[in-house]
Write a protein that binds this ligand. Structure first.
Ligand code: C5P
Length: 311
């Protein structure tokens, strides 16, 4: 920052910074005493006057022991969000501005005991991409995510849950909303009474049977809710009779649209990066080509915007 403020260009990075006419975002990280030092304060003021953008620093723990205060680097995802906002196409249409959306994503984990759970192969990629695509069109998005290993999308409020019952609670407390897109692969069943202690193997005895009970259907609850969103969209992951099952689901769940896909293992869709879907609604069925999950998300967000606009 000191070099930037004085136009010193004696290495590749500082030379590029002096030569560029593109926006520059600085994410400073330094010891709190350095951050509040007079030269730093002067340099930051100079850079701000020059139109340089800043994210952070934040308050918190430092790398050095027993040092805490202002100087901690902003969280990487916040830096990404700030960079995206800075470089966003300011002319991009925001047809969903003023609209709110709730999206579910990922699997749920249903505990058997404190160390074991029932789960599925959902990665959360499709649901997360849809949340991000809706936000990009201007919607205020709450993403309710089951346990996944991918990062929270930028520009979206993410609520992390584990179990289907927690997911339902997070979704219904997010109502009212204009749009609901239920993408999560919610476990159909949970263990009727999960054990508070680890279930132990008993030598010579048969394994304890697992008694299952049905989980709440989140999509169906939202589709029939008194605060039902204007547009309720569900997914139908099927391995056979994709269209037929999708149509039946539309009626049963009270949804306006079902995005049906074939998740047979040979398709590589579950957990993969591509998706091949059919859009089922009262208007009929539209088959989309094989697309990257981000492209499916962008198309779906555009379709949602068109539907809400009455197109
Ligand atoms: O009935 P099925 O699980 O095939 O329906 C899939 C759709 O319903 C998905 O949109 C999924 O997110 C939603 N669903 C749900 N809660 C459940 C089961 C499914 O929201 N318990």
């Amino acid at each position: 920052m000191a070099k930037m403020a004085h136009g010193l260009a004696d290495d590749l990075a500082s030379t590029i910074l002096l030569a560029t006419d593109r926006p520059v975002l600085v994410a400073p990280a330094m010891n709190p005493k350095m951050w509040t030092a007079a030269p730093t304060t002067r340099n930051v003021a100079t850079l701000k006057a020059d139109g340089i953008h800043f994210i952070g620093p934040m308050a918190g723990e430092m790398a050095e022991k027993n040092e805490a205060g202002f100087g901690r680097m902003a969280e990487p995802l916040d830096i990404v969000a700030a960079a995206e906002a800075l470089f966003a196409d300011k002319d991009q249409a925001k047809p969903l501005a003023g609209k709110t959306a709730i999206v579910t994503s990922g699997p749920t984990h249903e505990p058997i005991d404190p160390v074991r759970y029932i789960a599925n192969r959902s990665s959360g990629r499709q649901g997360h991409a849809i949340a991000a695509a809706l936000a990009k069109l201007g919607a205020k998005v709450t993403l309710v995510s089951g346990p996944v290993t991918i990062p929270d999308p930028a520009g979206v409020t993410t609520v992390h849950v584990e179990r289907a019952e927690e997911m339902l609670e997070a979704v219904t407390s997010g109502l009212p909303a204009d749009i609901a897109v239920m993408v999560a692969a919610v476990a159909d069943w949970r263990v009727a009474s999960s054990s508070g202690q680890k279930i132990k193997k008993q030598p010579g005895e048969a394994p304890a049977p697992l008694l299952l009970t049905e989980n709440p259907d989140i999509l169906k609850t939202v589709g029939h809710h008194e605060q039902r969103p204007t547009l309720v969209i569900g997914f139908a992951a099927e391995t056979q009779n994709v269209e037929e099952n999708g149509r039946a689901k539309l009626a049963r769940k009270g949804a306006d649209m079902i995005v049906a896909n074939d998740v047979s293992p040979e398709t590589g869709i579950m957990g993969g990066s591509r998706n091949s879907v059919k859009i089922i609604s009262a208007d009929g069925i539209e088959a989309w080509p094989d697309l990257d999950k981000d492209e499916v998300a962008a198309r779906l967000a555009a379709l949602i915007a068109a539907r809400l606009a009455g197109a």
